[in-house]
Design a protein around this ligand. Structure first.
Ligand SMILES: *Cc1c(COP(=O)(O)O)cnc(C)c1O
Length: 304
């Protein structure tokens, strides 16, 4: 109901790799919803099922003011007739940015928490105080990554995707990467491009794989050099790439996750880290809802 039966996968034709017998395809999770991140619906799927089976009528989750997860949670909860509460880091700024305006339109109750308090978001006492305030709720952590989320993202790859040699995705909290790692075949390599700065991500993913008991059948690798200054940071080079990509292929990307990943992938093809005769599947996770706010904040004109 939230996730359609079939998700289109299309080929990207480009001279750069044709004579090397490299094929690049893209799986359009961005088409699950025109604006919300497609991977977020996979992450929410089993959480919402669980909430309903436990007779909850309210979902509570956490995020920043531009969060794709907040946007998607509000939309998904509404479509199932559930209430949603978004605990947002920082202070309210009016008018609401497009992310929060849409969440509110979808019925989400928005509650702002100062940055210091927000850091306690996983502590039981803090969650208990929220229950005293809002009544009982089903809690989904910031970014939406938990065991149910990984059960969902393990379903992104379909049987027919076994023909690919490489799968690529971007990494935020790693829930999407971990689900993909759970479903790759022995002959496949999963490449995860971190949108955050720092090599902590290697340990974080290792811990996540371990705690979720995911033992990938294939190989996996995390690339941490395509962060462009850090989470939410961009360079002129990246912005130009996203505009060029849209002109060339008519596929919109956003600069926080998918733009960085595909920029990185093109580099790996160019410098021949990716060998000839590869057949690559890019997971387009969506996130285009953030573009309006991004253009507004940074004075860019990224195409939607
Ligand atoms: C949230 C998000 C990601 C990162 O997903 P994680 O499971 O947190 O790693 C990637 N791409 C887009 C568009 C997202 O919104």
């Amino acid at each position: 109901m939230l996730i359609p039966q079939s998700i289109s996968t299309q080929k990207i034709n480009y001279p750069l790799w044709e004579n090397r017998n490299i094929e690049v395809w893209i799986k359009r999770l961005d088409q699950i919803h025109p604006l919300a991140s497609g991977n977020k619906f996979f992450k929410l799927k089993y959480n919402l099922e669980e909430a309903i089976s436990e007779n909850h009528d309210t979902i509570l989750t956490f995020g920043g003011a531009y969060s794709n997860h907040i946007y998607a949670t509000a939309a998904a909860a509404k479509s199932l007739g559930l209430h949603s509460i978004g605990i947002i880091r920082g202070e309210e700024t009016l008018p609401l940015n497009p992310t929060l305006a849409s969440a509110k339109e979808n019925g989400m109750v928005i509650h702002y928490v100062a940055r210091e308090a927000y850091r306690k978001k996983t502590e039981p006492e803090f969650l208990f105080s929220l229950k005293e305030k809002f009544g009982n709720f089903y809690h989904i952590p910031e970014g939406g990554t938990n065991a149910e989320a990984i059960q969902g993202t393990s379903e992104i790859l379909e049987e027919k995707d076994a023909e690919f040699t490489h799968i690529t995705c971007s990494i935020g909290t790693g829930g999407t990467f971990t689900g993909l790692a759970n479903s790759i075949e022995e002959h496949q390599t999963l490449l995860g491009f971190s949108s955050l700065k720092g090599d902590f991500i290697h340990t974080e993913i290792k811990d996540l794989l371990k705690s979720q008991q995911v033992n990938p059948k294939g190989k996996y690798q995390i690339l941490d050099q395509f962060h462009f200054g850090g989470y939410g940071k961009v360079t002129a080079d990246l912005i130009d790439f996203i505009k060029w990509f849209y002109k060339e292929f008519e596929i919109a990307l956003e600069p926080i996750y998918t733009g960085k990943m595909i920029y990185g992938l093109f580099e790996l093809i160019k410098n021949e880290t990716i060998e000839n005769d590869s057949k690559i599947l890019i997971i387009h996770t969506g996130g285009l809802q953030g573009l309006a706010g991004f253009n507004h904040r940074f004075g860019t004109s990224l195409p939607l």
